[in-house]
Design a protein around this ligand. Sequence first.
Ligand code: PMP
Length: 392
Amino acid sequence: MLDRLQAQAPDALLALIKMHAQDPREDKIDLGVGVYRTNEGATPVFRSIKKAEQKLIDEQDSKSYLGPEGDTGFTAALMPYIFGEDATMGGRIEGMQTPGGTGAVRLAVALAKAAGVTRVHMGVPSWPNHAQILADVGVETVPFTHAKSDGTADLEAVLAAIHGAGPNDAVLLHGCCHNPTGVDYTLDQWEAIAAAFAETGVLPLLDIAYHGLGQGLDEDVAGIRKVLAAVPEALIAYSCDKNFGLYRDRVGAFYMMAKEASQLPAIVSNANALARANWSMPPDHGGAAVRNVLRDPAMTKEWLEELDDMRARMRRVRARLAAADNEAPGLNLAALGDQNGLFAMLPLDKDQIARLREDHGIYMAGSGRINVAGLHAGNTEKFIAALADVTK
Ligand code: PMP
């Protein structure tokens, strides 16, 4: 039976990690893996999280089961940061904890399908797992162009997707810090997107995986708040794995916004049933640590400072790359200064990417995606010189 299974292609990024690890060059640069790195190239546990974990160890008195909704203190504590002052929109939003943002995306798609969605429009390129999840849940992906060649978002394409969507269609958008392009919609563009959703009644699926890593905690969700203020219902997937540095602890949340508060229990009961059949309940530890951070003013302050530092560092790297626009003509490095988050796409061909790896020890995805956080004061000049070399 099992010998009927065909081997799957190995994950390209994991293969890249292996190659990077085996490269003996001291000054090699890893721009592949999608995690934040400090100026020293490390991905440390946040200080605020360390304190919150200590508090958890000291105070947690049971590890007995929670329900499929997980830690509701965690999902509630996050809500003001995502949705603003009226965090439940008049009782119309409820959340549940999920295994990472991935679990939240999966639940959003599965719940949309249970409600009758058969197709999801999605800007491409996107996080590769979006298409995999849609296929696995059994929903058709309808692609549209996310970014234009000048490094800005293709507003016409997303508006055409929303206006062209059928009654059983949903549209999936990244809330901020688009993966893999770094290209986000401007606030004016979000305004137009919100109006299109409102006019058509198409269901928005909003994926927020890098909240606070772009322009600021409020700025990064200003766009999705415009959508939520304009539409009757929406599904929101959220990850704490980047903005709390919890990656392997798998910390995510899934929020449902209903037309009316009275409809929420039925919707939530469906999401609970789907979660139950998928993973029963989410891992507790990371969500509980985030709850501890957000309920303690001193820890919250420290978390906000840590997030500010991360964001400021990535903005500095982006500004340096943008200033090097002339040094590697044709790559439009200038656009990186206005883009957001960990990622950017460089229009390099396969040959140039191979030369960066072989001649310069610089590792990046075959798509030309770089993790901006892999660059720091000690290696950015080398990277720019290497780009100049392979593009001359
Ligand atoms: N959505 C997007 C756009 C992502 O880039 C990621 C992670 N890289 C996720 C969701 C899921 O994040 P995680 O499961 O690691 O929390």
